[in-house]
Design a protein around this ligand. Structure first.
Ligand SMILES: O=C(O)CCC(=O)C(=O)O
Ligand SMILES: [Fe+2]
Length: 312
């Protein structure tokens, strides 16, 4: 089990006052939140994500999200529409550039799946088998992603999340000073080429390429809500540090990726069906482990992705 039970860090959110004008609103707020690991994350229980939440309940969740970097909700057998509606309470949703992996009629849902229907893939296969932060290749990288597991292998296909704020804090003062002001280039086309070479995806179309020009972001960013500093690493999408030689850049980026992915900064999530994991792309990077059998295991997920602001 990767998630511990209730601990003494559990908190009960305040009871929210129900506005009289909305009698059908979801239940009283008896949401319970407990730490999922030392590195990051919290388990949220006594909650049904298909309900209509009050603003104060959303504020409680947003607070927990900013504090823990990741919220895990188990047993959420919810519709794609409910998934989208809950996600929208936290911001504007993206339509992923890989438009043939979007759910028909509901383009906010990006399908991650190794399943095929009539010989054709039903979604994006081979996503995220490298450390990255979602949409770091966009000028406005993502705030957060909500991934719901529908079918998962009995074992295998876990996802790892690394806390880049704690990893930043653990660097020495001279290293922090060295990184200050450095910028890195991120490119979607770069990673897509690798996935295509594995036979898992089609090459990007000229339109998709035009939508994803390379972008530059700071290597150290500040969380826009908490002000906390973290590394902004997305090794799968990063092509280099601006102004450095390839050798310099590769050495620094490799050091940072190795540093930040140490087990003490990582939470590893073992999926069960109907888990929803909501993570903060501004402070974590993640890695989908490709240790399951692509042909015989079934792994099928839906993701929504919340648009973020420029990284500073
Ligand atoms: O399949 C997974 O576990 C995660 C894939 C991924 O990187 C994502 O959904 O952002
Ligand atoms: Fe991802």
């Amino acid at each position: 089990m990767s998630v511990t039970g209730e601990s003494d860090t559990s908190t009960r959110s305040r009871k929210s006052k129900k506005p009289a004008s909305k009698p059908s609103r979801a239940t009283k707020s008896d949401i319970s939140i407990s730490k999922a690991s030392q590195a990051l994350g919290a388990l949220v229980t006594d909650i049904d994500l298909s309900k209509d939440f009050s603003d104060s309940e959303i504020a409680t969740l947003r607070d927990a999200f900013n504090t823990h970097g990741l919220l895990l909700f188990r047993d959420q057998d919810i519709s794609p529409e409910a998934h989208v509606a809950f996600s929208k309470r936290f911001g504007e949703l993206e339509h992923h550039v890989l438009n043939d992996a979007l759910l028909e009629g509901l383009p906010e849902i990006y399908i991650l799946s190794n399943l095929k229907k009539n010989g054709k893939r039903v979604g994006r296969a081979g996503a995220g088998h490298y450390w990255h932060s979602d949409l770091s290749y966009m000028a406005h990288p993502s705030l957060g992603s909500l991934l719901r597991s529908i079918e998962v292998p009995e074992v295998g296909g876990d996802t790892m999340f690394a806390n880049l704020a704690v990893a930043y804090d653990a660097l020495s003062k001279p290293m922090k000073e060295f990184l200050e002001g450095l910028e890195a280039e991120h490119s979607f086309a770069n990673v897509q080429k690798r996935v295509v070479s594995l036979g898992l995806n089609k090459p990007l179309t000229p339109e998709q390429l035009a939508q994803t020009p390379s972008v530059v972001h700071p290597l150290v960013r500040e969380h826009p809500e908490t002000g906390r500093k973290s590394l902004f690493l997305s090794p799968g999408f990063t092509t280099g540090i601006v102004g450095m030689t390839n050798e310099e850049s590769a050495a620094i980026l490799e050091f940072l990726a190795d540093h930040a992915s140490q087990p003490r900064f990582v939470y590893r999530h073992a999926w069960k069906p109907n888990d929803v994991v909501f993570w903060d792309n501004r402070t974590l990077m993640h890695y989908a482990i490709n240790d399951y059998d692509y042909e015989n295991d079934r792994r099928h997920m839906h993701r929504t992705t919340i648009r973020g602001e420029r990284a500073h």
